[in-house]
Design a protein around this ligand. Structure first.
Ligand SMILES: [Zn+2]
Length: 224
């Protein structure tokens, strides 16, 4: 048991107001014939030594259990699905619409329902293949508004370009001390190549003049 925080509140175990711990507990459970391990959150009363699960906690803990199961059988977790959807900037309802799965399907997958393998494969393919998603969008054109279509198309195209050229429109803001920088070939504005000690950015060059902001000096790098 790990104590996350302690709060003065009504303890639902003794029905008195006192310090209640919010704790994390490692749990094992059998779900669909598989033993899964996950972390649950509870309120804990040190007086009665009882764990209390609020409605929110029941929901979150069930999801943690199901995500552990998904991980164990090699399915995308609820969060993975949410990240894929957000990568393409689409709402849950519209994403379901594009996939032609029924309006609430994605909402359910991001909350409590475990997706089947066929749907999981489609979501994984969308994640790894923006071009495929662009084709999917094209087929769903009739089902979504022209405004949303164009918005999603742009976003998917951006993902496609980023996949084919990882440096596409990627902008990095980092703290680099000006004193550590040495400009090489300063005559060529397009390809001024800074050398500096910061390893993370050593593969990047900037396209135009660097922007310096004093205190601390910040250099905005745009990779090409
Ligand atoms: Zn209590």
């Amino acid at each position: 048991m790990k104590i996350l925080k302690t709060e003065q509140r009504l303890c639902l175990s003794c029905m008195e107001e006192h310090n209640v711990n919010i704790v994390e507990v490692e749990e094992q459970e059998i779900y669909k014939d598989l033993e899964v391990e996950f972390i649950s959150t509870y309120e804990y009363c040190a007086d009665s030594q009882e764990y209390i699960e609020t409605e929110d906690m029941i929901r979150t803990n069930r999801l943690a259990m199901k995500d552990a199961y998904r991980r164990k059988v090699g399915l995308l977790t609820s969060n993975d699905i949410k990240n894929i959807r957000e990568k393409y900037g689409i709402s849950q309802k519209e994403f379901s619409e594009i996939l032609n799965w029924g309006k609430a399907t994605i909402t359910r997958y991001e909350n409590h329902q475990i997706q089947n393998k066929a749907h999981d494969d489609i979501l994984s393919k969308i994640d790894s293949d923006p071009k495929w998603f662009l084709e999917m969008l094209e087929r769903a054109k009739e089902r979504i508004s022209p405004k949303l279509y164009s918005q999603y198309y742009q976003k998917a195209l951006e993902q496609y370009n980023m996949k084919n050229n990882p440096y596409y429109i990627k902008t990095i803001t980092t703290n680099i001390r000006v004193s550590e920088m040495k400009l090489v070939n300063a005559h060529d504005e397009k390809y001024i190549k800074p050398t500096y000690k910061n390893e993370i950015c050593s593969n990047f060059s900037y396209l135009s003049e660097p922007v310096f902001i004093e205190n601390p000096p910040i250099l905005i790098l745009a990779a090409y």
